[in-house]
Write a protein that binds this ligand. Structure first.
Ligand SMILES: Cc1cc2nc3c(=O)[nH]c(=O)nc-3n(C[C@H](O)[C@H](O)[C@H](O)COP(=O)(O)OP(=O)(O)OC[C@H]3O[C@@H](n4cnc5c(N)ncnc54)[C@H](O)[C@@H]3O)c2cc1C
Length: 421
């Protein structure tokens, strides 16, 4: 199997369309959405839903590469579902990462179903993202006291055998798109949240399971929304579950606890798929900042003289070239991680590596761009200060930089989670 470095044609075509959306729809309202935190951009959501459907997707979720109906595919091309997704997310985040996070689709919720669900559950819960109305899904793992250490979750699911239902109690915090996924809006289709809970606290990680909790389930309530530094267009919810009942079949994976870490593996498998996508999103923000900086430098007639020996370059030229190197190297790590996902190769190492690198790179590039621009980098006249604020989240959600470094170290050195923590 070879890795193609040239962007496949279908991806390039979609990128072209999304660049127009990013330039005309996202950038023009970025500032407003940042200032009116938590406001839902219904127009954008509806537009993107129909745009993604007409492009051939329906949602921001990896599509299976199926042969076209009525015959064989003309030529056998390598699978590119995750590469496609990473490229689209990079482009949308270049437009505005907060907006990207309100793009309808399955998000982390669908990724959890994809990774931990059975084929029947995938068919049942993921089909809705291709339907007429835009639909959202979210994943609820984090709790007060259980963020980096996901095995410390205290949310509990107990089986009520007579009713054949799970009864869930707990509180989840920092749920991206939690409000749009759970609260029913006329304009949206019925979404869901995937709630991680323990079915047997004595079993530790082996007892962890994910449950699909449909929007509007009694006993579940969005009890708060975070006010944030960046990605302010994206809602980040606190969700309380009090005796919330879900059908028996909404458990993802096995309902019995074996002496393995099945449940936890489901969570990790989800992150292996989504961490490169978070990295791609960060790279989109970094590219926006770097391109803006170069544009402004060009306007001031500051030229970047590529090809000169380093000792002949000005300090700004060195900085810009270094930023370009960082950006490209980070993108190559994303390409490797998604290529492995597309080719069904275990990618825990590459996935975490790509996220660590992208988290560092987007933080450094946006910070350097603000520094070089001086007061204009700090001013709200331009979006650069916003990108600087938006950057940091890459290094926090879906495993902080430190946690992903631990994952990388364990993989490289051959240590288990218990041996290196
Ligand atoms: C905007 C936003 C959106 C989010 N969206 C979601 C979501 O959709 N779903 C969801 O479930 N969660 C979500 N999260 C939660 C996010 O995944 C957690 O915040 C993150 O995993 C860190 O957990 P924590 O906040 O409990 O920090 P802690 O685990 O308390 O960590 C605090 C600090 O200690 C460091 N640290 C912890 N353990 C170690 C260690 N062993 N070695 C070295 N350093 C360590 C961390 O890296 C961090 O710097 C979101 C968070 C934010 C801010």
């Amino acid at each position: 199997m070879t890795i193609e470095f040239e962007t496949p044609k279908p991806i390039a075509q979609t990128q072209f369309v999304l660049k127009t959306v990013a330039e005309n729809m996202m950038r023009s309202t970025s500032r407003e959405m940042d200032e009116c935190e938590h406001e839902i951009p219904f127009g954008y959501i509806e537009f993107m839903h129909s745009a993604m459907r007409s492009i051939g997707g329906g949602s921001l979720a990896p599509k299976e590469d199926k042969p076209k109906e009525g015959g064989e595919q003309k030529e056998k091309r390598p699978p590119i579902a995750y590469q496609n997704l990473a490229s689209l997310i990079e482009m949308l985040s270049w437009g505005d990462v907060g907006f990207y996070l309100v793009t309808p689709g399955g998000g982390l919720g669908a990724a959890a179903v994809q990774s931990a669900g059975t084929p029947e559950q995938r068919a049942k819960f993921l089909a809705r993202f291709n339907e007429e109305k835009p639909t959202f899904a979210a994943m609820c793992m984090t709790e007060a006291g259980a963020g980096s250490d996901t095995s410390a979750i205290r949310t509990r699911a107990v089986l009520d055998e007579a009713a054949n239902e799970w009864v869930i109690n707990g509180e989840k915090i920092f749920v991206t798109a939690g409000e749009k996924s759970f609260n029913s809006y006329e304009q949206f289709g019925k979404g869901f949240i995937v709630v991680w809970a323990s079915i047997d606290p004595t079993a530790g990680r082996a007892g962890m399971r994910a449950f699909v909790v449909e929007a509007g389930t009694p006993g579940v309530k969005v009890v708060g929304l975070e006010h944030k530094l960046g990605i302010r267009a994206s809602d980040t919810a606190t969700i309380a579950l009090v005796d919330a009942r879900v059908p028996f079949d909404n458990i993802l994976g096995s309902p019995t606890v074996e002496k393995t870490t099945t449940g936890f593996k489901g969570a990790m498998a989800t992150f292996d798929m989504t961490r490169p996508l978070v990295a791609a999103s960060g790279i989109g923000v970094a590219r926006a900042a770097l391109e803006f900086l170069k544009e402004k430098l060009a306007e001031s007639r500051v030229e970047i003289r590529y090809g000169l020996p380093r000792n002949k370059l000005t300090s700004v030229e060195k900085d810009v070239i270094d930023m370009e190197i960082q950006l490209r190297s980070a993108w190559l790590l994303v390409l490797k991680a998604v290529w492995m996902a597309d080719n069904k190769k275990p990618n825990a190492l590459e996935s975490s590596m790509s996220k660590v690198r992208a988290g560092d790179v987007v933080t450094k590039i946006t910070q350097k761009a603000v520094e070089i621009m001086g007061p204009l980098g700090y001013s709200r006249e331009f979006l650069l200060e916003k990108w600087f604020r938006d950057a940091k989240i890459t290094d926090i959600y879906e495993g902080t930089g430190q946690i992903n470094r631990l994952v990388v170290a364990r993989q490289v050195l051959g240590y288990s989670g218990k041996e290196l923590r």
